[in-house]
Design a protein around this ligand. Sequence first.
Ligand SMILES: [Zn+2]
Length: 113
Amino acid sequence: MHEMSLAESMLEIVESTARKHNAQRVTSVQFELGALSHADRDALAFAFDVVTRGSVAEGARFEVIEVPGAAWCMLCSKTVALAKLGEACPECGRYQLAVTQGDAMRIASIEII
Ligand SMILES: [Zn+2]
């Protein structure tokens, strides 16, 4: 389950941020999850819950902001919506696409006290 290792690296970032700001507790973490990245939001929320146990982020609210997928179609010369990697351009049905959004994930913000 790769969400577990994702959650672990997320916790490392959260913990070092908390240390840097002398935080006592992390109350919430907002996480941007691209629709084209291969992670499941429920599995990720579960993994976050597990790895933060006993840490400064234990019990923190975990919010997932879903970032929709988008790609640049070289044939249409415009940005089109992309629901899944490997899909054709919804406008012209071809595959000359370069993903521009939604293939990444990152921590958007962390709330501490
Ligand atoms: Zn197209």
